[in-house]
Design a protein around this ligand. Structure first.
Ligand code: FE2
Length: 269
């Protein structure tokens, strides 16, 4: 992807505090930073209620985010902070039950200046692919039309397209970091090739997307069906964020709204 495209697909959120403006920006750009409420769960919940109001189906209980979020990835506790968190959507192991809004409140930013955040707008990325050459168009179609296995090891099976078309011309994107051809895929070699291209594109974007820092008290509000997020490595083990998952009427399955913000806290059978 060319450098000028990066500016269009990499989202650096506006800083806003009026709830109406926050909601508008969430709908138009997919992400906003609200200064102030991010230091504690209660003000973050109040922010969500003031911005999303009657659309809310559930606000998951807050969880602390250090090297990883909640207890989802205990394997990252030891040295996950020294690794780049790859672009992903939250709750991908919940499949269509994933939250449609993610809120990250910054309690303590990394004192070493690391841990910068980055976001990418998949509507914009795939829009560019769809207007590209034959190989790009093949990838754009594949993302919407091919069921792939997105299952996280040890969690329930998730098989479906990476982009799910919804009513109203919306697409809900998921980015599981575990992708492989589905068991009944008629052409697994082709799927593997296209998944490799997709993961290569996301890795390239991870290296080159614009960065921004969350300061103490900042609350980052993200459309988790449209934007992927990640962060840079850091050294300061005191870095701490709070995470809230929010399900609104715009979730893929609004009726599957959980009360937690951590998939490891759910018994999905
Ligand atoms: Fe995340």
């Amino acid at each position: 992807m060319a450098d000028n495209d990066l500016v269009a697909v990499g989202t650096v959120p506006e800083r806003l505090d009026d709830p109406v403006a926050v909601r508008r920006a969430l709908r138009t750009t997919g992400a906003v930073v609200v200064p102030g409420p991010g230091s504690a769960p209660d003000p973050m919940t109040a922010l969500v209620r003031s911005v999303l109001g009657d659309e809310i189906r559930s606000i998951g209980d807050h969880v602390p985010v250090r090297a990883a979020g909640g207890r989802d990835r205990p394997d990252l506790d030891a040295d996950g902070h020294t690794l780049t968190t790859p672009l992903h959507s939250d709750g991908f192991s919940l499949a269509e039950g994933a939250p449609d809004v993610l809120v990250l409140g910054c309690v303590h930013p990394a004192a070493d200046g690391g841990g910068a955040s980055f976001l990418v707008d998949l509507d914009a990325v795939v829009g560019r692919l769809a207007a590209g050459d034959d190989a790009d168009r093949e990838l754009a179609t594949f993302l919407l039309d091919t069921d792939v296995d997105q299952t996280e090891p040890g969690r329930p099976t998730v098989i479906g397209p990476i982009g799910r078309r919804l009513d109203g011309d919306r697409t809900a994107w998921t980015r599981s970091i575990f992708l492989q051809p589905a068991p009944d895929d008629p052409d697994p070699a082709r799927t593997r090739r296209l998944l490799d291209r997709w993961e290569g594109l996301l890795a390239d974007l991870t290296d080159r997307l614009p960065r921004f820092h969350l300061g103490a008290g900042d609350a980052l509000v993200v459309d988790n069906t449209r934007l992927l997020h990640g962060r840079d490595p850091y050294e300061d083990r005191d870095r701490l964020l709070w995470r809230l998952w929010v399900w609104t009427d715009r979730a893929v399955r609004p009726d599957t709204a959980y009360a937690v913000s951590d998939a490891s806290m759910l018994d999905l059978g």
